[in-house]
Design a protein around this ligand. Structure first.
Ligand code: C2E
Ligand code: CA
Length: 401
C-alpha cells in the first residue's frame, strides 16, 4: 500500500503580490481551507521568471494590478511563454474578500486533486491563453457596460456568423458531419472566435436568442448544401447552459429547426458542465429531443470533473474527446492511455467517439489504431464560412480511402 495514501501533497503556490501581508493572508486562508500549501511571494518580473524556471509551481496567484509595469496581465503573458501548463488565477480585489478566498481555495483544491490523479489536467494551450488575452482586450476596448450594447447591435446587424468544420470517419475518410462554430465579425477587432465572446453572450442572456438563431441558420445552410447535391449527414450546433436551463428548451429547439428541408439532421453539442447541473431534468429534455431525431454529443469529454459513469446516465449518441488530450497523446503514453480509455468507454456505452483537434497524420493514425470513430481538426480543415463549405467538401473527397 502506498505510504502516502490519504495525505494531501503539499502544494507549491507562486504568488505575484506587492503586499507581504496579503501573501501571508493567502497562505493562512488556504491552510484554513484544509490545504497543505507553501506560498512563495515575488514582486518583480525577474523574480517571477526565476521562480517559474526554478521550482515549477502547482498554481500561480497574481495580483491583477501592481504599481509597476509588471502586473497580472504581464504575468499571464510570461506564464504563457515559460510555463503554459501551470494553472493561474488572477486576483482583482482584496485578498481577504470572500469571493477571492473562494477562488483561491477552489483553484488550489483543484490542483491538489489533479496532482493526486497524476495530473490528468490537460495543459493550458497557448491558444486558450491567447483567447483569454483577446477577451480582456475586447473588454478594455468596449468597456464592460458597453459590451452588452455592442452584442445587441452585432446581433441586430447580423454580425454573428457561423463557420463550419467537418468531422471525418477515421476508417473511410468520409465526412460524417459538420460542426457549426460561431464567429463575431467585429467592425474594429476583426473576426472574433467563439471563446472570445460566447461567455459575454451568456452573461448578457442574449445567448438564448443568438443560440436559437444559430440552430435556424445551421438548418438553412445544411438545406442549401443538400440542394446543391453535397452530402452533409448532419450539422452539430453547440448549446450553452443558459439555453438548456430554460423549461421550454425542447420546444425552442424544435421550432428553430422546424422549417428544415427533409434530409437535414441537426445534432446538439453539450459540455459536461452544462448537463451535470441538473442531470435528471436535462436527461429528460435530451431524451425528448432524441425522440425527434436530434442526436446528442457530449462535448469536450475529459476536461471537467468527468466521472466515468456520467455518460451512462445520459441519453447521448456521441462522445467528443477534448483536443488537449489529442494534442499530447502522440508524445505522452499517459495521455494516449487516457484517450484509449475514453474510446473504450464510448464503445461500451454504444456511443460514437469523436476526437477533436486532430492536427497531424500521426494523431489521425494513432486514433484509428485505437478504434476511434471520427476525427475533427485542422488536419482536415479549419472551420470555414458557409459559402466555402461546398469547396471544402470537394477537397475532402481526397481523404476517402
Ligand atoms: P468546442 O465545441 O470544443 O469547439 C472546438 C473548438 O476547437 C473551436 O474553437 C475550433 O475552432 C477549435 N479547433 C478545431 N480544430 C482544431 C485543431 O485542430 N486545433 C486547434 N487548436 N483548435 C481546433 P472556437 O470556434 O473558438 O470555439 C470554442 C468553443 O466555443 C467551442 O468549443 C464551443 O464550446 C463554443 N461555441 C462555438 N460556437 C458556439 C455556439 O454557436 N454556441 C455556443 N453556446 N457555444 C459555441
Ligand atoms: Ca463542440
Amino acid at each position: 500500500m502506498d505510504a502516502n495514501q490519504g495525505s494531501a501533497p503539499s502544494l507549491q503556490v507562486l504568488m505575484l503580490e506587492d503586499i507581504e501581508t496579503d501573501a501571508d493572508l493567502a497562505q493562512h486562508e488556504l491552510e484554513r481551507g484544509g490545504l497543505d500549501v507553501t506560498v512563495h511571494r515575488v514582486e518583480t518580473r525577474p523574480d517571477f521568471e526565476r521562480a517559474l524556471e526554478s521550482f515549477a509551481p502547482d498554481l500561480i496567484l497574481c495580483d491583477f494590478s501592481l504599481p509597476g509595469a509588471f502586473d497580472g496581465l504581464a504575468a499571464i503573458d510570461l506564464t504563457k511563454e515559460l510555463s503554459p501548463g501551470t494553472p493561474l488565477i488572477v486576483l482583482a480585489g482584496m485578498v481577504g474578500e470572500d469571493r477571492l478566498v473562494e477562488a483561491m481555495r477552489r483553484g488550489a483544491a483543484d490542483c491538489v486533486s489533479k496532482a493526486r490523479l497524476g495530473r490528468l489536467v490537460p495543459a493550458v494551450k497557448r491558444a486558450l491563453l491567447e483567447a483569454a488575452r483577446r477577451r480582456i482586450d475586447l473588454q478594455k476596448h468596449t468597456g464592460f457596460s458597453a459590451l452588452d450594447d455592442q452584442l445587441r447591435d452585432a446581433y441586430a446587424d447580423e454580425r454573428f456568423i457561423l463557420h463550419y468544420q467537418p468531422r471525418l470517419s477515421l476508417e473511410t475518410g468520409e465526412v460524417c458531419g459538420l460542426e457549426a462554430l460561431m464567429r463575431w465579425s467585429h467592425p474594429e477587432l476583426g473576426l472574433l472566435l467563439a471563446d472570445e465572446f460566447i461567455p459575454a453572450l451568456e452573461d448578457s442572456g442574449l445567448i438564448c436568442e443568438v443560440g436559437t438563431w444559430a440552430l435556424t441558420r445551421a438548418a438553412a445552410d445544411a438545406g442549401s448544401w443538400l440542394s446543391k447535391g453535397y452530402s452533409v449527414p448532419s450539422v452539430g450546433v453547440n448549446v450553452s447552459a443558459v439555453q438548456l436551463r430554460h423549461d421550454d428548451f425542447v420546444e425552442v429547439v424544435a421550432s428553430a429547426i422546424a422549417g428544415r428541408s427533409s434530409g437535414v439532421n441537426i445534432d446538439l453539442e453539450l459540455t459536461e458542465s452544462v448537463v451535470m447541473a441538473d442531470i435528471e431534468g436535462n436527461a429528460r429534455k435530451l431524451e425528448a429531443l432524441r425522440a425527434q431525431g436530434i442526436k446528442i454529443a457530449l462535448d469536450d469529454f475529459g476536461t471537467g470533473y468527468s466521472s466515468l459513469s456520467y455518460p451512462a446516465h445520459l441519453p447521448a449518441d456521441t462522445l467528443k474527446i477534448n483536443r488537449a488530450f489529442v494534442a499530447s497523446m502522440t508524445t505522452s503514453p499517459t495521455q494516449a492511455t487516457i484517450v484509449k480509455t475514453i474510446i473504450s468507454l464510448a464503445r461500451c456505452l454504444n456511443l460514437r467517439a469523436v476526437a477533436e483537434g486532430v492536427e497531424t497524420y500521426d494523431e489521425a493514425k494513432l486514433l484509428r489504431d485505437l478504434l476511434c470513430d471520427e476525427g475533427q481538426g485542422y488536419l482536415y480543415s479549419r472551420p470555414v464560412p458557409a459559402e466555402q463549405v461546398g469547396g471544402m467538401l470537394e477537397r475532402l473527397d481526397a481523404y476517402r480511402h
